[in-house]
Design a protein around this ligand. Structure first.
Ligand SMILES: C[S@@+](CC[C@H](N)C(=O)[O-])C[C@H]1O[C@@H](n2cnc3c(N)ncnc32)[C@H](O)[C@@H]1O
Length: 312
């Protein structure tokens, strides 16, 4: 939905006082969230996007020197779906899942154990950016949907760059094209065409407000290769990966969409248009034949962008 994908789903709920050291609000809007409460949702979202993350990780593996990776840091690792995937793609590496939310790290450890990867996947409770210097060295640093949760993104990138070994690669998953799930026109009696585009525009506003409230927030041009260069690294390519699940979408995608749209309602993002609020209620109604759980035309199409840079 949002240009940052997690905005409606997790950013939108997930700025905990513990994650940022203090509560923060924007007008009547609160950006205090509990990431732990979102565990199931984060896990489900990452599961749906696993094929895309695998393609990205395999591409990154090809950017490394022939010696490969001995140590991988997964920054803001969430439920660990990607951490274990990284352990699979980098079979000679130790993977360290780094996050400020203990519940998510527990999930990560349990997942790694279940998959027989417990000896190569460890967890590290760390509040970034302050703890960056305690993370040790790495050949690969993956920061997936996490950098934008830090106020000073350039300072954070400099910290990550400082952890990379020569030849090592930093991969940032930021931006891309927002997920779309519904036809432009939902049909007669279903409001004005363009509902998701309107939500996306409102979410962009929300995202800007959320970022401006982060501790130490610095506004940057989101030119990621330029920021990676400013952090002392050499850009090694940007690629976008398509997630294309055609209609009729499977139940997992629909469930995730229901949660996403419910958050839009919670955040009053359908405000300002009586019509949109009413249509959102219908879409969220599990009994409505034209609701998200029943309509045949629900799909998932999005592009995730990964920016990479090397330590010379
Ligand atoms: C949007 S989730 C991304 C999870 C995972 N990378 C993925 O793509 O599935 C962001 C994660 O960053 C973590 N996080 C947020 N602020 C943080 C901070 N200041 N220090 C460390 N982790 C943080 C949250 O706990 C959450 O797990």
């Amino acid at each position: 939905m949002s240009p940052h994908d997690d905005a409606p789903v997790h950013t939108a709920q997930a700025h905990t006082a513990h994650a940022h050291g203090q509560g923060h609000t924007h007008g009547s809007e609160s950006f205090d969230f509990d990431w732990g409460v979102l565990s199931n949702q984060l896990e489900q979202e990452a599961e749906i996007r696993r094929p895309v993350y695998r393609q990205a990780a395999e591409w990154i593996a090809g950017l490394l020197p022939p010696s490969g990776a001995r140590r991988v840091l997964d920054i803001g690792s969430g439920p660990g779906v990607v951490s274990v995937l990284l352990a699979d793609v980098f079979p000679t590496a130790e993977v360290v899942a780094v996050d400020s939310t203990p519940e998510l790290l527990e999930r990560t450890a349990a997942r790694a154990e279940l998959l027989g990867l417990g000896s190569r996947v460890s967890t590290r409770l760390a509040e970034l950016p302050d703890a960056v210097n305690t993370l040790g060295e790495a050949d690969v640093i993956w920061a997936g949907n996490s950098l934008h949760h830090l106020g000073d993104q350039l300072a954070a990138l400099e910290g990550f760059a400082g952890r990379l070994r020569p030849g090592g690669v930093l991969a940032l998953l930021e931006g891309g094209l927002s997920a779309r799930h519904l036809p432009r026109d939902l049909g007669t009696g279903m409001g004005r065409p363009g509902l998701e585009a309107r939500f996306e525009a409102r979410l962009a506003e929300w995202f800007g407000a959320m970022r401006s409230e982060l501790p130490g927030a610095v506004r940057e041009t989101e030119d990621w290769p330029a920021l990676l260069t400013a952090a002392g690294l050499e850009p090694s390519g940007t690629r976008s990966f398509l997630l294309d699940i055609p209609a009729p979408a499977p139940p997992l995608v629909r469930e995730q969409l229901v949660r996403t749209f419910a958050r839009l309602r919670d955040k009053n993002l359908a405000e300002g248009s009586a019509d949109d609020g009413e249509i959102l209620d219908r879409l969220l109604d599990p009994e409505d034949p034209r609701g998200l759980l029943k309509r045949p035309d629900v799909f998932l199409l999005e592009a995730r962008t990964v920016h990479t840079a090397r330590k010379i």
